[in-house]
Design a binder for this molecule. Structure first.
Ligand code: PMP
Length: 440
């Protein structure tokens, strides 16, 4: 595998070396897996990526999820270019596409009566949590352990792993996370205990969940778990926030809330919301809660302060509107979901035939491939796993090796362990990918 990188990726390697001199680590995201170095991309179209050395790859990274329609769909690009020709990227005033995008999202998402655009998923989660505290006047926010909600101080990734300590919570004052609590998935009784404990200590403002389970379903939740959380939130007067940054439009046009039939009070969107165009983040929710964003003006109610200079710019909103129209027209969540099913079935077949100690599973277009040798399917094994630092290190190493091997066979993945499918993944594309996985 390493020989392949040396022989076939000289341009990317030189670019990565240049990048490392001026960009910390040569990467722009601390979760970027780029072993042995990142591939420099020149062209992206549909299911395919081409690098600057002329190698071609089937793309199952999908930029980390946003490109449900495949890379660079012309139907969206042409509308973006037209708006840019007309008014450029930003004016700071109202544009019709802001309204059209909000109307469309409100029509599809059961829990979204109003929408406020922000710059990223991280920002939108921060805003939603602030809104929840403003509306309820309560204190605690409970997240489900191991979930990723961006990199804000109060919700930083892996902030309290048992025994291994505060993995990523470096540079964050203790006070910033002091009112955030974690609860393991699939354990409604533990959640109830926490809610009860909080009741006499300022109350719970919100329970924040990734509805497919922490890390886009890397630790999947029971099909009833979200409904159980909904009932507990109602019982204790806490708001339920769905972080649908990944599932929003991937799980269907009505998101994971439509998929599970559970309506949250607030919804966080990002990624697919704008088909991969930048400044993609939004808070949606019940009107009475969302109105806390304007509360202060001429009223006595409180106002949560949320806003960004470049959020809801015309380019982002036109991209979002047309990406969603295309998603409707093409039935992209279902089509990409079928590709995910086909890919997972094929991976299963390879795993069985070759007797590999791996597990593949999927929720529509989100396909997980566990190659660590330790299943993360229940929380007790998760606990055992993260208690043993050595095992965690081994697992990361395994994922890096696997990711590199996939790349050398023309497959780009999320860290060798997750594969997003898109509308561009026809049966032929998936079958071609499966041949390559078999070779790996
Ligand atoms: N929430 C979830 C569930 C996510 O997967 C992500 C990004 N992977 C975020 C929030 C943060 O979004 P962003 O990277 O746009 O800040």
């Amino acid at each position: 595998v390493m020989r392949w990188f040396d022989e076939r990726c000289a341009g990317s390697k030189a670019m990565a070396t240049r990048a490392q001199a001026v960009i910390p680590g040569g990467v722009q995201h601390n979760l970027a897996f780029n072993h042995p170095f990142p591939i420099a991309i020149r062209q992206a179209e549909g299911a395919w990526l081409s690098d600057i050395d002329g190698n071609r790859y089937l793309d199952f990274l999908q930029a980390g999820g946003p490109t449900l329609l495949g890379s660079n769909p012309p139907a969206v690009r042409e509308k973006v270019v037209a708006v840019l020709n007309e008014c450029g990227p930003v004016t700071g005033l109202l544009h019709e596409y802001e309204v059209k995008l909000a109307e469309l999202v409100c029509r599809h998402m059961p829990g979204v009566e109003m929408l406020r655009m922000l710059g990223s998923g991280t920002e939108a989660v921060m805003g939603a949590v602030r809104l929840a505290r403003t509306h309820t006047r309560k204190r605690w926010v409970i997240k489900i352990g191991g979930a990723y909600h961006g990199w804000s101080d109060q919700l930083v990734y892996g902030m309290r792993l048992p025994k291994t300590g505060r993995m990523e919570a470096v540079g964050i004052p203790r006070g910033a996370t002091a009112q955030t609590q974690e609860c393991l998935p699939n354990d409604p009784e533990a959640l109830r205990r926490l809610l009860r404990w909080n009741r006499l200590r300022g109350g719970t403002a919100a329970v924040l969940v990734e509805p497919f389970g922490p890390e886009s379903g890397t630790r999947p939740v029971h099909k009833d778990f979200n409904a159980q959380v909904r009932r507990l939130c109602d019982e204790f007067g806490a708001l339920l926030i769905f972080d649908e940054v990944v599932t929003g439009f991937r799980a269907g046009l009505s998101g994971a809330q439509g998929y599970f039939g559970v309506t949250p009070d607030l919804t966080v969107l990002g990624k697919c919301l704008t088909g991969g165009y930048p400044m993609s983040g939004a808070i949606g929710g019940r009107k009475d809660i969302m109105m806390s964003l304007v509360g202060g003006i001429g009223t006595t109610s409180r106002r949560a302060f949320v806003g960004g200079t470049l959020s809801a710019n015309p380019m982002t909103c036109v991209a979002g509107y047309h990406a969603l129209l295309e998603t409707e027209r093409t039935n992209a969540p279902v089509m990409a979901g079928r590709a995910g099913d086909r890919l997972r079935r094929g991976l299963d077949e390879i795993i069985q035939r070759r007797g590999l100690p791996y597990v593949a599973y999927n929720l529509g277009s989100i396909v997980h491939l566990q190659t660590s040798g330790v299943l993360l399917l229940d929380t007790s094994s998760l606990l055992k796993l993260i208690r043993v630092k050595e095992e965690a290190r081994r697992r990361k190493h395994m994922m890096e090796e696997m990711g590199a091997a996939f790349t050398a066979h023309g497959l780009i993945s999320v860290a060798g362990s997750r594969l997003y499918t898109s509308l561009a993944d026809t049966d032929e594309v998936v079958d071609e990918a499966l041949n390559r996985f078999d070779d790996v």
